[in-house]
Design a protein around this ligand. Structure first.
Ligand code: NAP
Length: 315
């Protein structure tokens, strides 16, 4: 039986690569030295694209694949996929929601605690010998019982809120409409008002043209000098220059970030800031969840080629 042709945009773990290689003829775009020449050569034969949320599929890549009918994204964010091209050509798109929700919410809460209780600097205090020579580590701030604002109450935002309830936090949220399941949490229609009434602002929005830089200088000003930002969504939701200016100017207390413009090459100002906690876009980075994401990404491809409905369709 002839195999369908897949354009693979980036690397996957071996437990996904093996089954993909067995089921399809896989063209490894990310390994090509001359990517344009590679696309010109293999693009006309490509039936589907297998990609990752951080890599997506560009307008040029989609245009180079005239037979393309399906894009399967490993990850929940599909902001890097050129959806307009997909819509106009009737290309189906799937992602891997739900299976990663709990891990991303776990890391968001871990980031809040680590930032505010300063667990990284405190550990460095122990390892460096400062504890023995200088005495007690400087006092930090309390997390339990403070006010959380969740900007974007989707799957992950909701899971963050459920966890924060366990810390006795007062929870408010912002989305385009009030959400069922958020009873007891205050709905606030805009980001500035949400920031004004929050100690800790979690950014859990989908990244769209409308949400770009929604956390801007005005929102940070409203959050104030005791406030923190925790972003586990997409870098584009935060104006990084405004954030760095606010951090360096002491206009907010700190930021914990899993996502960055141009990642993994982040703005070097982050590396010297002392009031930030930096993570390598690792919200879903557990073995269990990455296996579940890979299986869902592959199951969507299987469903497509079997002429069945996609398990988790975006388009
Ligand atoms: P989701 O269920 O689609 O939730 C997205 C939320 O964004 C919804 O509450 C939606 O509100 C809100 N939203 C969209 N446009 C808005 C706008 N213009 N104004 C206000 N709210 C708006 O997505 P999810 O699965 O929770 O994922 C959330 C984010 O996490 C995404 O950006 C995703 O890419 C990111 N993510 C990061 C990692 C990581 O490793 N760090 C892993 C997975 C996902 P409505 O319901 O009212 O439209």
């Amino acid at each position: 039986m002839t195999k369908h042709h897949i354009l693979q945009v980036g690397a996957y773990p071996e437990w996904d690569q093996g089954p993909l290689d067995a089921a399809y003829t896989v063209h490894r775009w990310w390994e090509a030295a001359d990517k344009d020449a590679f696309l010109a050569k293999v693009g006309p034969g490509v039936d589907a694209i297998a990609t990752r949320g951080d890599l997506g599929a560009s307008e040029a890549m989609i245009a180079a694949c005239p037979k393309l009918k399906m894009i399967s994204v490993f990850g929940v964010g599909y902001d890097a996929v050129h959806l307009a091209s997909c819509r106009s050509r009737g290309i189906r798109v799937s992602n891997t929601p739900d299976v990663l929700t709990e891990d991303v919410a776990d890391i968001a809460v871990a980031m809040l605690l680590a930032l505010v209780r300063r667990t990284g600097p405190a550990e460095a205090w122990v390892r460096s010998g400062d504890w023995a020579t200088k005495g007690m580590f400087p006092l930090t701030r309390k997390v339990s019982g403070t006010r959380a604002g969740i900007l974007g109450l989707g799957r992950i935002g909701m899971a963050i809120g459920r966890r924060l309830q366990g810390f006795g936090m007062e929870i408010a949220y912002s989305a385009r409409s009030p959400k069922p399941g958020a009873e007891g949490w205050a709905f606030v229609p805009d980001a500035v008002t949400l920031a004004k009434q929050s100690d800790h602002l979690f950014v859990a929005l989908a990244a769209t043209p409308e949400t770009r830089h929604i956390v801007n200088a005005t929102v940070l000003q409203a959050l104030g000098p005791e406030g923190t930002v925790i972003n586990i969504s997409r870098a584009a939701n935060v104006d990084e220059t405004a954030l760095l200016d606010a951090l360096e100017g002491g206009r907010i207390a700190g930021a914990a970030l899993d996502v960055f413009e141009g990642e993994p090459n982040l703005n070097p100002r982050f590396l010297t800031a002392t009031n930030v906690l930096l993570q390598p876009h690792h919200g879903s980075g557990t073995i269990e969840t990455r296996k579940a994401m890979g299986k869902l990404m592959r199951d969507n491809l299987t469903a497509h080629f079997a002429g069945q409905p996609l398990l988790t369709p975006v388009l």
